[in-house]
Write a protein that binds this ligand. Structure first.
Ligand code: C2E
Ligand code: MG
Ligand code: MG
Length: 577
């Protein structure tokens, strides 16, 4: 009785319910009876049934689930539109992303109500049934759409698109004598926060960062969020060099205080690139590019500082900067790919492992080999993100191979010098394993001999941490560095990987032959496995077999291959000699 009083009931309502579950439909009609004295309804769960219902019946309202096994709200709405009847269409479904709901409304769907939310459903039904208010609802949806398109959901700051518009106007208003300052702001090592505390905490921090930046800009300034953790600030009140300094300093100072979240304190630092209008760029696009380049200089200068854009940066190393800028986006744009090179167990002749080798499919320069961009990634700190992607993707692919029947296959992932020294390697590895479900024993981390021997004590601690998780560790490019045998014994490692440079002429060059022989013997005496890489000929195979090498990898067997080609290769060559 109470409900009837709250929702002044309509006399008659004929509802077409698009829903695959009979129970859900019954629950729904039970609620709808509170909104109408005389309710008639029909449930349909396929396009054919809906079409028939539309052809044969008269309806006041359509209420549709969003995703059904053989049907969807999109398709249902399409059918309704096609039949030319102007009937309100409401989506009533479990959780739906806001942008999906909004884009449905943009196409003309009248409203979206989350399943179970009867308190919202009934008023919506009544409003739609009365017709007149639906124009207002439409307007509200449009306003929400505008909000979505122009304001970042997380920070409430103008989106990149609105920023461009506002900034262009702001610069045009400066006139002959005016000027402005643009800052490209990147939060240092933000990835780590995401990795350590999760994306939810990362999001909350980004929101606070946005608020602090907005507070540090003058009335004549605008702030936008460009990427996950980078922001751009344009201040038209800062027209002189001195004012540009002051703005940059003010922003740095705004971050001197810690951020507080869940009773925890986070200290964040910024790397800022500063650019001036009109000296350093005559339009927003140019200013952004130059300020981003200056930001990289701030990163290289050790982070937590700001750098002004200098003209020479362009001519001096335009290509390098260009590489840096595009490398920065390579992961998010999906331009990195992994190829896999198999290695063969000599005793069984079977492919027991693959090495994941990264390549960069650059949109204009074509395929770039790792030697050309991993050092750059190391230098700029981008290796964190790239290395994380490589680890995750290699584990994901290998787990998929396990599921396809190649059980026991292990994957080796190269870990760069900088990546190895970053404090969060263990977490990143644990995360990749947990997310993909790959058994730790099937992951092998390759660390070069040079990295291994630097800061040996710290290295041992890091390796112990990794080993404790159950992953394997190989020493890559062994023989090229200078290994202390005393240390070698203390490192918790599994495999020595003989550098490919020794493979050259190994059958005729007695010097190389001696090195390879020694390394294999050394591995044996330390209880380690030995792998030869860069094996190109049958003679090399014979030699390595005679010396007792455990595993071989090289073009003789296969080049690094894209994932589908690799599994095809393994399937077709169960045994290799
Ligand atoms: P690496 O770990 O020593 O990898 C072996 C390299 O030798 C690979 O080159 C492979 O394609 C090449 N190779 C394999 N078989 C033969 C052969 O029979 N003859 C010759 N001449 N070469 C052979 P790639 O893929 O260009 O990788 C070069 C280096 O880049 C790797 O050396 C590794 O240090 C680094 N790298 C590759 N992927 C990654 C990655 O995901 N992360 C990091 N940090 N470094 C990577
Ligand atoms: Mg390697
Ligand atoms: Mg190697």
């Amino acid at each position: 009785m109470h409900a009837r009083a709250t929702y002044a009931a309509l006399d008659r309502m004929r509802v077409l319910i698009v829903e695959d579950s009979e129970d859900e439909a019954l629950l729904l009609t039970h609620e709808l009876k509170r909104a109408a004295n005389d309710l008639s309804w029909k449930r349909v769960d396929s396009p054919q049934a809906m079409q028939q219902a539309l052809d044969e019946g008269e309806w006041d309202l359509v209420i549709s689930d969003h995703a059904m096994p053989h049907f969807s709200s999109e398709r249902a709405y399409e059918l309704l539109c096609k039949c030319g009847k102007d009937i309100p269409f409401i989506i009533y479904s479990g959780h739906m992303d806001e942008d999906v709901a909004l884009s449905a409304m943009a196409r003309g769907v009248h409203d979206y109500v989350e399943k179970g939310n009867v308190r919202r459903l009934l008023p919506v039904v009544q409003r739609e049934m009365k017709g007149v208010a639906s124009a207002r609802a439409r307007l509200r949806a449009e306003t929400r759409l505008y909000q979505m398109a122009n304001y970042d959901q997380l920070t409430g700051l103008p989106t990149r698109r609105l920023f461009y518009e506002q900034a262009t106007r702001l610069l045009a208003d400066q006139g002959e004598s005016g000027g402005a300052t643009l800052l490209f702001i990147d939060v240092d090592r933000f990835m780590r926060i995401n990795n350590t505390f999760g994306y939810a905490v990362g999001d909350l921090l980004v929101r606070q960062v946005g608020a602090r930046l907005r507070d540090s800009v003058s009335q004549q300034g605008i702030v936008t969020r460009m990427g996950r953790d980078d922001f751009v600030l344009l201040d038209a009140a800062a027209s002189t060099l001195e004012q540009a300094h002051i703005v940059s300093q003010r922003v740095m100072q705004a971050f001197a205080r810690p951020f507080k979240l869940d009773g925890r304190e986070f200290f964040l630092t910024l790397s800022i690139g500063v650019c001036r209008f009109p000296q350093d760029g005559e339009d927003v696009g140019r200013l952004l590019v130059n300020a981003e380049n200056a930001m990289f200089r701030a990163k290289r200068a050790g982070r937590n500082n700001f750098q002004f854009y200098v003209q020479e940066m362009n001519s001096m190393s335009a290509e390098r900067l260009d590489m840096e800028t595009s490398l920065r986006h390579a992961v998010e744009r999906g331009e990195l790919v992994l190829h896999y090179q198999p290695s063969v167990d000599l005793a069984s002749g079977r492919i027991t492992a693959v090495e994941a080798l990264v390549r960069w499919q650059h949109p204009t320069r074509g395929m770039i080999p790792p030697d050309k961009f991993i050092p750059l990634a190391d230098e700029t700190g981008l290796i964190g993100e790239i290395g994380q992607w490589v680890l995750f993707e290699a584990c994901r692919q290998t787990k998929a191979w396990h599921d396809e029947g190649m059980s026991g296959m292990s994957v080796s992932v190269n870990v760069s010098a900088v990546q190895f020294r970053q404090g969060d390697l263990r977490l990143v590895v644990a995360d990749a394993l947990a997310q993909t479900g790959l058994p730790p024993s099937c992951l092998d981390l390759e660390i070069t001999e040079t990295v291994l021997m630097q800061e040996a004590e710290a290295t041992i601690a890091t390796l112990n941490g990794l080993k404790a998780m159950g992953v394997c560790v190989s020493v890559d490019d062994f023989g090229t560095g200078y290994s202390s045998l005393a240390y070698l014994k203390r490192f918790p490692i599994d495999t020595l990987k003989i550098d490919k440079s020794f493979m050259r002429d190994v059958t005729v060059d007695s010097h190389n032959a001696a090195i390879v022989r020694t390394v294999i013997a050394l591995a044996k005496s330390l209880g380690l496995e030995s792998i030869a890489e860069g094996v190109e000929t049958g003679e090399q195979v014979t030699f390595l077999r005679a010396e007792g090498c455990d595993r071989l990898q090289g073009y003789y067997f296969s080049k690094p291959l894209p994932a589908p080609a690799l599994s095809e290769f393994v399937r077709r060559s169960p045994r290799l000699e």
